[in-house]
Design a protein around this ligand. Structure first.
Ligand SMILES: *Cc1c(COP(=O)(O)O)cnc(C)c1O
Length: 387
C-alpha cells in the first residue's frame, strides 16, 4: 500500500497537482508572513477582516477565563454550554428563522444534516459545482443523488419531475466557492413548491457579506420559507470557526436527535461561541465594512484589463481569474508571488479539468492601494509570461 501511495504522490507532482501547505507565522490578515516571507494576500475567506479583530481577541480571552478551553463532553451529555445556546438563538434571530443549531465545522454540518434529513428512498438534487462536503453528505445519506449542470433551473426541473422519491431535497451552494456567482435560489424555491421539495442552502460565502446587515444570500434575494434549511459557516466572514444550520424548529429538534456529527462529537469550545456572539455584533454593525468591500470589488472588476485570462462573472468577494491549464495557473500564481502577492491557483479536482484559475479573494481588510498593487501585478504578468 505504501508504494501505491508514493506512486500517487509522484503522479500528482508530475501533473502539477501536488498541493503544498504554506507555513503561516502571522495572524490571518491581508498582510501575512508565509514561509518566512511577507506577502500581500488575496487568499483568505476572512471577507470582513474579523479573524484578527482586537474586540474578538479579547472576547475569546475573556470567555476562556470564565468558561475554560474545552467543551469536555458531547452536546447531549454536558457539552452544551450557555454560550453555545445564546449563540444559537442570536443566529436564528439574525437570519430570521425560528431555530438554529451549531456544528463544529461546515463540513460536519453538511454531512450531519444531509445524513439525517434524507436516506434510502429519498433523493438529493445537487449542482455540479457544489462544494465537496455537500457531495460527501449526499453519498453518506444513501439517498439517490442527482447532479444537474451549474445553475440550470430547467435541468433541475426535469429531474424533479421524473423523481418518484419520497422526500426530495435540493442542495446547493448559495455563492459558489470557486466561482463567486449566486445560485438561482428564487427559482429553486418555486420548484420546491411545485414539486413538494425542500431547499438546503449552503451560504458559506454569502453569510456576513450579502443581504441586509450581512444576513446572507437568502435575505439578499428576499427569500424565507419553511421549505428552506440554511447552513452557513462561521470560519469565513465571521472570522472564527464553526457553522450553523437555521430552519423550522421541527427540523432543528430532529437534527439534535439524529444528526450523527452533532450527537457523537464534542462541540467546539464555549469560548468560540462567545467570540462568535461578539463577531455577530460586528457583522450586524458592519455596513461600512461591506460598503468598502463592494467598492473594492467594483474597482477591481472595472480596472482589470486582461486579454490572456478571463474574469468569471461574479459580484462577490470571490473573483476567479480563469487561466485554463494547471501549469499556466501555477506560473501566474508564482509570478505574482515573486512580486510579493499571494493568490492561490485552484486546480482539479477542486474545479473541473481545464478550468484552473486564480481565486482572488477580496476582503474589507484590503485597501484601495492593495487592489491597485494586485491589478498592476496581473497586468505585468500578462506582458511578461509566455503566451
Ligand atoms: C468552506 C466551505 C464549507 C466548509 O466549511 P468549514 O467550516 O470550513 O468546514 C462548506 N461549504 C462551502 C460552500 C464552503 O465554502
Amino acid at each position: 500500500m505504501l508504494a501505491a501511495l508514493q506512486l500517487f504522490l509522484d503522479k500528482r507532482q508530475a501533473d502539477g497537482l501536488l498541493r503544498q501547505r504554506r507555513l503561516l507565522d502571522s495572524p490571518q490578515a491581508e498582510h501575512i508572513v508565509a514561509n518566512k516571507q511577507a506577502y500581500l494576500s488575496f487568499c483568505s475567506n476572512d471577507y470582513l477582516g474579523l479573524a484578527n479583530h482586537p474586540a474578538l481577541i479579547s472576547a475569546m480571552q475573556q470567555a476562556a477565563g470564565d468558561s475554560g478551553v474545552g467543551s469536555g463532553a458531547s452536546n447531549l451529555i454536558t457539552g452544551h454550554h450557555r454560550y453555545h445556546d445564546d449563540l444559537e438563538r442570536q443566529l436564528a434571530a439574525f437570519v430570521g428563522r425560528p431555530a438554529a443549531l451549531l456544528f463544529s465545522t461546515g463540513y460536519m454540518a453538511n454531512i450531519g444534516v444531509l445524513g439525517a434529513l434524507v436516506g434510502r428512498g429519498d433523493a438529493i438534487f445537487a449542482d455540479k459545482l457544489n462544494h465537496a462536503c455537500l457531495n460527501d453528505g449526499s453519498y453518506y445519506s444513501l439517498a439517490s443523488f442527482h447532479r444537474f449542470a451549474h445553475n440550470d433551473v430547467q435541468a433541475l426541473e426535469a429531474l424533479l419531475k421524473a423523481s418518484t422519491a419520497k422526500h426530495k431535497l435540493i442542495a446547493v451552494d448559495a455563492v459558489f466557492s470557486m466561482d463567486g456567482d449566486l445560485a438561482p435560489l428564487t427559482e429553486y424555491l418555486q420548484l420546491c413548491e411545485r414539486y413538494d421539495a425542500y431547499l438546503y442552502v449552503d451560504d458559506a460565502h454569502g453569510f456576513g457579506v450579502l443581504g441586509e446587515h450581512g444576513q446572507g444570500s437568502l435575505n439578499h434575494l428576499g427569500l424565507n420559507s419553511p421549505r428552506i434549511i440554511m447552513m452557513a459557516t462561521l470560519g469565513k466572514a465571521a472570522g472564527v470557526a464553526g457553522a450553523f444550520v437555521a430552519a423550522e424548529s421541527v427540523v432543528i429538534n430532529y437534527l439534535i436527535q439524529t444528526a450523527k456529527s452533532y450527537v457523537y462529537s464534542t462541540p467546539a469550545p464555549p469560548a468560540l461561541s462567545a467570540t462568535l456572539s461578539a463577531s455577530l455584533k460586528l457583522i450586524e454593525q458592519g455596513d461600512e465594512l461591506r460598503t468598502h468591500l463592494y467598492g473594492l470589488i467594483a474597482y477591481f472588476k472595472m480596472h482589470l484589463n486582461c486579454q490572456k485570462w478571463r474574469l468569471l462573472p461574479s459580484d462577490t468577494s470571490v473573483q476567479p481569474l480563469l487561466v485554463g491549464s494547471n501549469q499556466a495557473a501555477l506560473a501566474l500564481s508564482a509570478h505574482l508571488q515573486a512580486a510579493g502577492i499571494l493568490v492561490p491557483a485552484i486546480r482539479p479536482p477542486t474545479v473541473p479539468v481545464g478550468t484552473a484559475r486564480l481565486r482572488i479573494s477580496i476582503s474589507a481588510a484590503h485597501s484601495l492601494e492593495d487592489i491597485k498593487k494586485l491589478l498592476q501585478a496581473i497586468h505585468q504578468a500578462e506582458s511578461e509570461l509566455p503566451p
